[in-house]
Design a protein around this ligand. Sequence first.
Ligand code: GDG
Length: 607
Amino acid sequence: MCCKVILFYSILLYGIMFEHTVNTFLMKSNFMGKTIIISNRLPVKIAIKEGNYSFQPSEGGLATGLGSIYKNGNSVWLGWPGLFVDNEQQKKGIDKKLAELNLYPVYLTNEEISQYYEGFSNEIIWPVFHYMATYARYENAYWEYYNIVNKKFCDAFLKIYQPGDVVWIHDYHLMLLPKLIRTAQPLASIGFFQHIPFPSFELFRLLPWRSELLEGLLGADLIGFHTYDDARHFLGASSHILSLKSSLNTVLYDDRKVVVESFPMGIDDKKFSGLTNDLEVRRNIEGLKTTYKDLRLILTIDRLDYSKGILQRLQAFDLLLENRHDWREKVSLYMIVVPSRDSVTMYKELRNEIDKLVGNINARHRTNTWTPINYFYRSYPVEMLSALYQFADVCLVTPMRDGMNLVCKEFVASRINNDGVLILSEMAGAAKELIDSIIVNPNNTVEISHAMLTALNMPAEEQQRRMKRMKELVSKYNVHQWVAAFMNRLNEIEKPKQLEVSKYLNFFTGQYIRNRYVRAKKRLILLDYDGTLVNFSIDINAVSPDKELLDILQDLVDDEKNKVVIISGRQHTTMEAWFGKMDLDMVAEHGVWYKPSGGKWQEKNSV
Ligand code: GDG
């Protein structure tokens, strides 16, 4: 039966190939289609003032990087606009304004935001993928909503998708989406990039829905991560959990090749180096100079999160002040913590712990003229960020885990004089690239406090040497290069894939072919014999058509929409003996002999 199904599909495939020349069509259309970017959030900030909405494009790294493709008129971005809207009239107004920016909203209900976003994404995936599995809450309701919302994104996507479009999905909120899209549009070109780490198998296996998540991702053609280790972990999980074979960076899944590679994300370095001339930035630097005078400054900037290693970093600074009294009144920690998810209990608790520890350290070490830790729980405009990046002596970035970490790259890009020192956790993706930083283990508070001393004492020439190399790297592998590398790779994969559509059939391509077959009004079905209708064999007698094959051919011939032709290198007398009684055309002996259905055999010269 199985053989019969495969045979039936291969017959259909051959027929449709010639009916529509699938490959040529696909290859042409792919390069003409638009790019559809999909992420949980749209790159836009929407503010409501007295019932009116105002829109401001987001300045985030992703928005900047992808801006080069989504603002070029042939691309669109699909995502949640970041606020709850229940009024249809208001939705229409928002839709219209967003469409002017090539943005398409997926509206979420409060329940969906709470269960899919705060629940599944941030209370399950986030902790497990950042190796903090004890924080995970495996609620079944979260999983249900994760499915519902991924499906919602798929439905919204299908409204704007056209064959030939390229899809680029971002991040862990949408891990089921590649498969949902693949099922609906089997031939779509789908890329997926994950911005957070992918954990090792031993962590990933903890998830009750591990197989579904992997299969969801495997709907993509290209899966990208920041680092080689993340890609390796993904391949390991596919092999352990789904028993999939992989060769180098390619997994074979459902007869499709899925390429898994690392694409370390860069920043818009020109933006940060350019900000050094900004008037507002210069004013902020003057302000910092007045406030901090001769003090050396260690800068840390993070979103409030337990993955960022904020407490450990504070302990390390405390250790430095305890052990080296000579640095008291000479150095301060300037710590910005950007509010985030603070309605969630564990984030609230983390904030309380940070508040307590900062208070404790300051209470023990401060003097009348010196505050050891200057702690700010708020976000700043980029002009202040840039001023701090330029003014600080040291930037301390010590996450417990981080997909990449862009703050350290922004610090480097801001150092126009090539001075300053970066201390970087080995657990940040960026540590694989910025090897001229001082690399530390974020759990080792002693090592971090030593690193701070090393940084504060580092000779100017060494600072310059290290910073110059890091700056070259940050500039060369910037966000534009990242976007180009990913999109080029996706296109590269697409070409051979289109050729392989004719070679490999799977569930999705099978469905696609079946649909096209059913819809066609007239079909020309050209069938090779050896290796197509029967297995290839050098024993000629072993490959005569059996009853099963003859029945399938008869079914095809009986359909009056079909014209069936068998083409072979075999003797025309053999073909006649096998198929002579059927109402089909035959081409034998490599085209030398031809017989139209119901007609007689004719030799080429006489045709
Ligand atoms: C994910 C991954 C990966 C911070 N404070 C302020 C502010 N920021 C900006 C920084 C930087 C960004 O936020 C934070 O960078 P991250 O790298 O931590 O990125 P996330 O979006 O949190 O996280 C991470 C990243 O995706 C990219 O793939 O690197 O590993 O977790 O750009 O400048 N910006 C402003 N005011 C602030 O107070 N204006």
